[in-house]
Design a protein around this ligand. Sequence first.
Ligand code: BGC
Length: 772
Amino acid sequence: MITLFLAAAIAAAPVQPLKLREDNIPEIVAAMTPEEKVLLLVGGRAKSYNGIGNSAVGVPGSAGTINGIPRLGIPVITLADGPAGLRISALREGEERTYYCTGFPIATLLASTWNPELVTGVGKAMGNEVLEYGVDVLLAPGANIHRNPLCGRNFEYYSEDPLLSGTMAAAFINGVESNGVGTSLKHFALNNQELNRLSNDARVSQRALREIYLKNFEIAVKQAQPWTVMTSYNYINGVHAAENTELLTELLRGEWGFEGAVMTDWGGGYDVPGIIRSGNDMIQPGSDERYELLLAAVKDGTLSQEALDACVTRVLELIVKTPAFKGYKFSEAPDLEAHAKVSKESADEGIILLKNKRHTLPADPAKTVALFGTASYDFIAGGTGSGDVNKAYVVNLLDGLTSAGFKLDTAVTSFYKAYMEDEALRCENINKGKKWYIDAERAIEVVPPQLIADAAESADIAFLTIGRIFGEGKDRSLADSYQLSERERILLNKVSSAFHKKGKKVVVILNVGGLVEMLSWRKKADAIVLCWQPGQEGGHSVASVLSGKVNPSGHLPMTVSRKYYFEPSARNFPQVVADKPFNYSGYRRFKDHKRYDIKDVDYTNYEEGIYVGYRYFCSRWPRAILYPFGYGGSYTKFSFSNMKVSPTDSGWTVTVDVKNKGKVAGKDVVQLYVSAPHKSMDKPSRELKGYAKTPLLEPGEKCTVSMDISRESLFSFDEAHSQWLLEKGRYLFIAASDALHSDCKSSVNILREESLPVKPLFAAEPLFLNCE
Ligand code: BGC
């Protein structure tokens, strides 16, 4: 009787609609129509989408979405940029309140801290804004290698070295994702120039791929397992990165064990079913055309059900992790004050003291400062494009110095304030309606001769800021960006000679997103402070360093060479065509897969191979170095001693004692380079294999830093046999404070050769077309 009742009750119970849960993904995939599957893979596809930061759905100002499918309980997932802070709209129509996000320092500054814990802290704060503003995945970090100083997006990237880039990216990912939101490690891979970025073919040797351009991504994936990876716009040895099965399925997932989802860069890739077939799960930001193309391929069998379902499954696996899926009630009120502090503290640690002749710095705030350079008054917090952030304010250097108690020469500041107001009006007019990839007009540098002469009498010291801003969609040009402009040169000459005549000093502050030429003018400055683009609190951080409240501890994440043409990639970078019509990224040279052959535009030969940055300069041409990789000055002095190398199961632990031998507290960076035997293979004279930043050491204080060096990191890539190879012989371990010096040495003997075969990637031999 009871059984009968039960059976009747079960039969009568309403059928629960099928909704996505963490444990029913296969069931959901089986229940989805082809249209729904395609909808999930082709993002937001808003017809109104018209550029970066303009998604029509999701959080206003976000970059894109994954479509929701309410029938199956799949919510809309929001994706937003970027590396220096969350990029959403600060102002919303009809609303009085604002949605500002914190402007953190650029990635290059974060790498200059050489402090992964600090970078994790930045990631934590940034990720909290992602969560509290209702975004699910942050489109950062950017981990591409600084191959050439003219790349327009270098500020979004960390370093010329894969270990520093990869560990910084991992530290950032871990911080952001500790909030239960995702990241997107980008741009995978070799997006090292902006010119013709949608179609440029990067032609690279197997060895340079493995040791340099993929190594950074490998480290980040293995150490942090980001929720997503974003493919790059370019081709690699003739195969598009976004349609590249070897890159995405075999290498990223197969060899490295990546467990997350992959998305295209915005509008990246050409062959729509080919993108999905390669294991690139999401086509972002999507369009109606791409939706129709993919649906047609599903229906006519060009794209297999299996490939489609594999991508759908991975996207669903991503969705079930998101705050949107979990129904997180975001506050839209992150603690911006607390995050401003994080921004300030991180900037403090990434500022690099390049020169400090006869203790020019720290400067006594009681002395009067003449503050020159338009950038001092319109400080640059970060770069442009998708790496920009809508922040509430930027502390300029004038404000920073004032609140640090510096006395300022009022004649100079009054002059600049009036000039900057006029310039702001002029620029506003010019900038109206400009497209995102065209540089915004900024105040023109001004040279007021009488003011300089008077200031040299009345003030005690001159501070002069040189500013550079650039970003996505365009590379920098030598004349206007890498070198000082004519006006900057004249200004520096005049300030320098007027102040030096009076026995007074000149400090140059470089508020830049990438390197500028320094050889020709550095003697005119008594001190040079490279503060990069230090985020919204930048003026405070620079003032703290100038006054000595903060002892600088930033170290260069790249080499500063004496001249641009000494760069190993200078012969193969599009500087020469910077003014030709196709000087921005949107130019699709490979449209219809027609191949063109303009060198450095349609294809770029990475002829320098693994000899990127210090690997080249230290091995082949040390005299071409102005400031070596890893270099950074301090107001105190440190000594390294007692280096010990002890074997462990996976490699070695290296310990070094660091002592503060000076009179003020400070932090230092120990860099561990390895010089490997090169019997069967050519190798750089040294390579970075580990690093450690000390805590703040008081005068006389000592600490021991420890670095784990894995055996695996000593292998080099043997192209001829497509294998990782550990040669026998003596490996010299060098502890140093930059790539040119050696403070302590110790060696390790490898008695037995070891090899690890891997599959060659893409075309085994890149075609070096028309290579003069
Ligand atoms: C950029 C990406 C960015 C995306 C979304 C693209 O133009 O290359 O870095 O994440 O836009 O804004």
